[in-house]
Design a binder for this molecule. Structure first.
Ligand code: MN3
Length: 299
């Protein structure tokens, strides 16, 4: 099955005045269509035909050399624009505002606040020289911002794209001429954070099931790590904190601090047990507490 341009989930004029009907028509019907047509032409009658773009884009080095750049640019363009158009909704009707829940927490963990995230995303969009994209991505343990050139997608670097802003001139020139910064600011008013949160929830994360089963001794009782509560973490933090500085137990201070950190995370997330925390946070806590051994390459 060749690729095809998905219909918009909203009317062409629904994002105005932030993005005009004229821009949406040319961007979706002409540019997006052109990427699809060129990707289909390059892949036709090859063994790669019909393979989903996110798969293709992680295996670019396996493609025949004579179609590799064309596929990279056009399957990339296809995938990027699917993400872009699907990430928007009319302002006030699903578009704009701020994310909530786990995605909001993840943004706060990396950027401290939504405002700092927004400023960083705008700066990233402005820093892209020529044509490209700025992205919010997930690396398996946290969210971060990256940029790509042309129609490259962060998935080729092993990152999961959550949200991308198209800073090719065709995305904004009709509405904003050369004022890219105004366009990026306006784009925030039409971001559909529910869609982004869904992508965040689906992003691959480390499997921590074996970590949750690890035995831990709390006040002399044998427990498993996943069922520990805020009270347990506080108990460990104060018991070990009292021992900190005692010569023979060199690690005790850092482990006491790791229990304090875990208590803070359980409380901050409103999590009943360790198992309710996000997998990357569980893994980090287990490493800091010496519940699992450091991985190779770690100091
Ligand atoms: Mn575009």
């Amino acid at each position: 099955m060749p690729y095809s341009v998905p219909d918009l989930n909203y009317a062409y004029d629904a994002l105005a005045p932030h993005i005009s009907e004229a821009t949406m028509r040319v961007h979706h019907d002409k540019h997006h269509q052109a990427y699809v047509d060129k990707a289909n032409a390059a892949l036709a009658e090859t063994e790669w035909e019909g393979i989903k773009p996110m798969k293709l884009l992680t295996r670019l080095d396996e493609l025949p050399e004579d179609i590799r750049d064309t596929v990279r640019n056009n399957a990339g363009g296809y995938y990027n624009h699917n993400i872009f158009f699907r990430s928007m909704a009319p302002a006030g009707e699903g578009g704009g505002g701020e994310p909530t829940g786990k995605l909001f927490n993840a943004i706060k963990d990396t950027f401290r606040s939504f405002d700092v995230f927004k400023e960083t995303m705008e700066a990233a969009a402005m820093s892209t020289f020529g044509s490209g994209w700025a992205w919010l991505v997930h690396d398996g343990s946290r969210v971060l911002i990256v940029t790509t050139v042309n129609q490259d997608n962060p998935i080729s670097d092993g990152l999961t794209p959550l949200l991308g802003v198209d800073v090719w001139e065709h995305a904004y020139y009709l509405d904003y001429e050369n004022r890219r910064a105004d366009y990026v600011k306006a784009w925030f008013a039409v971001i559909d954070w529910e869609v982004v949160a869904k992508r965040y929830a689906d992003a691959p994360v480390p499997d921590v099931s074996h970590i949750l089963e690890r035995p831990v001794s709390i006040s002399g009782k044998q427990r498993v790590f996943g069922e520990l509560t805020l009270d347990d973490a506080r108990t460990q933090s104060s018991e070990l904190g009292a021992l900190a500085g005692w010569g023979p137990m060199a690690k005790v201070g850092s482990i006491a601090r790791a229990w304090t950190e875990l208590a803070k995370n359980l409380e901050g997330r409103g999590a009943a047990t360790v198992a309710d925390l996000e997998p990357p946070m569980i893994k980090q806590a287990a490493l800091d507490l010496w519940i699992i051994a450091p991985e190779r390459g770690m100091i």
